[in-house]
Design a protein around this ligand. Structure first.
Ligand code: HEM
Length: 343
């Protein structure tokens, strides 16, 4: 297999690491020295070879360990995966999308053999070789969404479209930036976005919803989101806040480089063919500050972004109490040189 998978943890001893090759392909999300919310949506077309955009569903060195972490979260809290009964067809759509994409993009690791509705799925990194009947739930060990998203990095939500709105009505959410599927399930687009500061007043959610209602099958789109996480922890859910929230109080100038991570979400959106639902995969990438500043233009830019960020965003993203510490540490890596637009 082309990828060497890390054996690492996202909790307790936190052995998560990016290899030099992993760092080189890290999706740094800031095209400018300033950041403000916008409708930053572009076509999800294949990108440069080796980049996180090369394939529809990026598989990287963290894949196997990430799937083990997901299984642990689900064992402790099964409500991280929910699908309302009318969303099962969308789950099959998603299963098909991921299986076809991975078998096409990574043929050395994944195989999909179809004989009518009898499908055989081979996932070599996870040691899975299953035969099932497409659209017959009784032939899989889990519902179709749960089955395939236990084998795909990132979180996933499925939105039904009706009444000119989108409704979160299914999801696999074990690596989220402090929001809860169990709380949001059944909500509409503006309802689940209600906690976000400033963006609603700027008309961002009105425009984004209008755009998404017209999203076409076969024309997926993507956008970046980002936040901050202390230690490389994937499961930063409200449900587990007592396990990770207090770590924010333990940062200082000596440990911030190793422990503070920039958390980048590569979010994509696909229209699904049978259900007309929209799937929203949220793929999370973590990089420690000390690794990030090895790329001088990233260190400089992150320093400037954090310095100029509206305080409401620092509060919403959960790092207001450490903002000064983070900017002071990053200041060592900002020589004042001009940066050029773009990545
Ligand atoms: C935040 C879901 C599409 C912009 C969020 C949150 C959720 C979410 C659950 C966290 C809210 C909380 O704090 O509880 C979704 C889903 C989408 C979607 C399911 C697709 C169906 C979009 C699009 C935009 C967008 C297209 C484009 C502008 C934002 C922004 C935030 C946010 C700016 C705040 C993020 C931050 O500062 O960290 N979204 N979203 N969302 N969403 Fe969306």
């Amino acid at each position: 297999m082309g990828i060497q998978f890390n054996d690492e943890t996202f909790r307790n001893d936190y052995t998560y690491r990016n290899s030099p090759a992993g760092l080189a392909r890290f999706p740094f999300p800031f095209p400018e020295d300033e950041y403000m919310y916008s409708v930053n949506i572009e076509p999800h077309t294949p990108g440069r070879k080796g980049s996180v955009f090369e394939h529809s569903f990026d598989v990287d060195e963290h894949y196997v360990s990430e799937m083990k972490d997901r299984a642990r979260v689900l064992a402790e809290d099964p409500l991280r995966c929910q699908s309302l009964p009318h969303m099962t067809l969308a789950g099959w759509d998603l299963l098909e999308l991921i299986m076809e994409s991975k078998a096409r993009d990574y043929p050395d690791m994944f195989e999909l053999h179809k004989n009518g509705n009898k499908w055989r799925w081979v996932n070599k990194p996870l040691g899975i070789d299953d035969t099932f009947t497409f659209l017959d739930e009784s032939t899989l060990p889990y519902g179709p969404m749960e089955y395939i998203t236990r084998q795909a990095q990132g979180d996933f939500t499925l939105q039904d479209q009706r009444e000119d709105n989108l409704w979160i009505e299914a999801g696999m959410v074990t690596s989220q930036a402090d929001w809860s599927l169990d709380f949001d399930i059944g909500m509409s687009f503006h309802e689940w976005h209600a906690p976000v500061p400033l963006a609603g007043g700027m008309g961002i959610f009105d425009r984004a919803l209008k755009f998404l209602l017209k999203l076409q099958y076969g024309a997926p789109v993507r956008r970046f989101n980002w936040t901050m996480t202390v230690d490389p922890r994937l499961d930063t859910a409200p449900e587990t806040y007592p396990k990770w929230g207090p770590s924010k109080t333990t940062l200082n100038m000596d440990n911030v480089g190793a422990r503070q991570h920039l958390r980048v979400e590569l979010q994509t959106l696909y229209r699904l063919p049978r259900s007309n639902a929209i799937v929203f995969p949220i793929r999370c990438y973590l990089i420690s500050f000390q690794d990030l500043v090895t790329v001088p233009k990233w260190g400089r830019r992150l320093h400037r972004v954090l310095q100029g960020l509206p305080q409401e965003l620092a509060e919403y993203k959960g790092f207001a109490r450490n903002r000064e510490l983070l900017t002071n540490w990053l200041a060592q890596y900002d020589d004042g040189a001009p940066t050029s637009p773009g990545w």
